[in-house]
Each structure stands twice: as structure tokens, then as C-alpha cells.
Design a protein. Sequence first.
Length: 256
Amino acid sequence: MRIAICTDKIEIREQLNHEMQTYLTNNAIAAETVLCSDMDRLISRKSDFYDLYLIQIEWNGTSDGIDLASAIRTRNKSSDIIFLSYNLNKVLKAFEVNAFRYLMLPLDCTRFSYYLNLAVTRYRSREMQQVLLHRGEDYIQIPISRIIMFETFENRKLKVETTRQQYFVDDRMADVEHMLAGRGFMRVHRSYLINLSYIRELQQSAAIMINDQVAYVSRRNKKSLKDRYAAYAKQLIINENEYVLGYMKENQERII
């Protein structure tokens, strides 16, 4: 599991890292934790991918944590984001970028641990859902949540682009499409099978993925891709609204 702690406030960063390391040690969880204090660097490094982001909303300068999360969401819609802030009134704005949870500062360590438990459970659930692929005489298992796209490559192999690395396998595209039916993937071209949650931009005849790879879209699939992606985005909004309503109800006495 890869975790990014994002704030330019050194005291908050150190406290979050301390509580995070304590939590990981006490629960015997293997994770890579990265401390991030440079927003421009975070936004510009498109190849960086984390499973969980802890982002403080208040930053020095003209941009804030919501701007950072918006930039992250353009290339990564599946990772969880936990916002931290001194101002509960920012909660509605925060959930426009599909935040997972919202924590008030000063930090409530008990609630922090509880939210980490939820995030780790979600991560493990995603990692357990795997697809079994052939590579020569061997088999490899890849978590479905990490797969960005499949592309037909030379010598009839499939290139598998994931958030961690690249694989070449011997499976047929049609077989992989069947295995991933109902998992948020779409065959947009005879040579491309893509994960809808990793689309960064839809163009006239192509889908630009979060890793900047281009998946070309056949003429007959253009409308169905737009329709399916719109339905996917709509469901994200529904999920966000349901959580926001529950959170606001739970914290209504603390909202000014």
C-alpha cells in the first residue's frame, strides 16, 4: 500500500506521519508512506500513484488542498482521499472531488485510526479481486483495481498497463474482456480494453488514460463509450451525495 501525506504545515505533517507509523506498526501493515509538501511537484508528477492520500485543505499560496485533489482526480479516480481541515464548512466543496472521509483538526487520533481502518479494508478488498493471466508456462495474478488498460501488442501478446508496472501476457483480448465483464472495463477498439475509472480525458476518437497512454476508439464504440462513462461519473456523484448527507447529519451541531 502506498500512502501520501500532503500538507505544507510541518507540525501537521509530522503529527500525521507519527500517528500513521504508529497505526501501521500496531496493525502489522506493510506500507510505503511519502511526505509531500510541494503542491506544484505533486501536481506535475503525473506518474506518481498512491492508494491513499491524506490532504490538508489549508495551504499557503493561492491553491489549496481541494485544488490538489482535483488535479489528482484528473488522473486517478480510484484512490481514497481523506481531507483534513480546521473549517468544517469546507466539507461540501471537498466532496466534489469524491473524497472518502473528512477529518477535523486538531487531529482526533481515535477517529483517524478508525478512518485508516476503513481505508485499509477498502484497499485490501480491491487487492483481493484479481485476474489470472498467462505468461508463457507461468501464471500471474494482477489486482483488477490496478489495471489501466490492455492493448494488443506484437506477436499476438497483450500489453497490460497498471498503476505499478507493465506486463506482457499471452491471453486473447476476447478472453480477458469476458473475464472482466461487469468490472468497469470496456472494449473500445479491437486492440484496446480500458478501465473507465482511469480515463483522464475523452477526445473525439480516443481515450487518454491517466498514464498518458492513448486508447483509440472505433467509430461504432464512440457513443457507447460516452454513455457508459457518463453513467460511471453519475454514480460517483450519487455516492458522494449520499456520504455528504450522512456526514452533515452526523456533524450538524459542529457546523456554523
